[in-house]
Design a protein around this ligand. Sequence first.
Ligand code: OAD
Length: 236
Amino acid sequence: MRPGFSMKNIVVLSGAGISAESGIRTFRDGDGLWRTHRFQDLATPQAWEKNPHLVLEFYNERRKQLFEVQPNEGHKALVRLEQHFITDIVTQNVDDLHERAGSGRVLHLHGELKKARSTKNPNLVYTLDNWELKWGDKCEEGSQLRPHIVWFGEAVPNIGLAIQIVRQADIMIVVGTSLQVYPAAGLLDYAKNSIPVYLVDPKAEAPYYMKNVVTIREKAGIGLPKLVDELIEKYG
Ligand code: OAD
């Protein structure tokens, strides 16, 4: 950091694309999960009511894979920001690859795949040490455990905190998200007008109403290490 300057706040909003190079499928790309699976059957409270076994199986598969994959160069690049900026990562991802790469402040908007929670008492959340969550696995109060995922139609408990974080940002990076899912996509509206916003995504399209947007049409594993170098050089 340069003498006389206080540390700037950087906020990163990440989505499935940042984990694509680790081997995790995104949702809406050509090979995305919601192209081969109906989210209505798997990621809604109604799906859980109707066929919890199918829902458990779907998330067990995802969790099993998560135990096998590793963070990539994109996740790792973001860790370097912390030496130069107050860095917050707000992620739509349910994987733990930001944390495993070494990022310290990660807020999950849509839950965490390696956690389960009680169907009766949402405050009872447990970290799973293996991939399989079974019908019959119960919380300490005797109720069935469900995946700790925010499903379509459910409230996003961390959105208020995310809004506060975005409001304080001096620089924003948006990486690997199609910005199709609200309220997460709406977070961009809370950024101060004047701040630079960097979109890193092979299909990046700047929202028409936003000024100061730099689009970097590259994969996260290529675009982020370069962007992080640039930001450290320019503002760090
Ligand atoms: P999407 O699948 O909607 O979008 C993925 C984005 O990543 C697209 O814009 C791709 O162009 C981009 N992408 C693909 N490969 C990339 C790479 N190597 N580097 C950078 N970008 C890449 O995923 P999200 O926007 O994260 O919610 O989806 C939002 C939410 O919808 C998810 O959190 C999930 C889903 O339903 C729940 O399950 C609750």
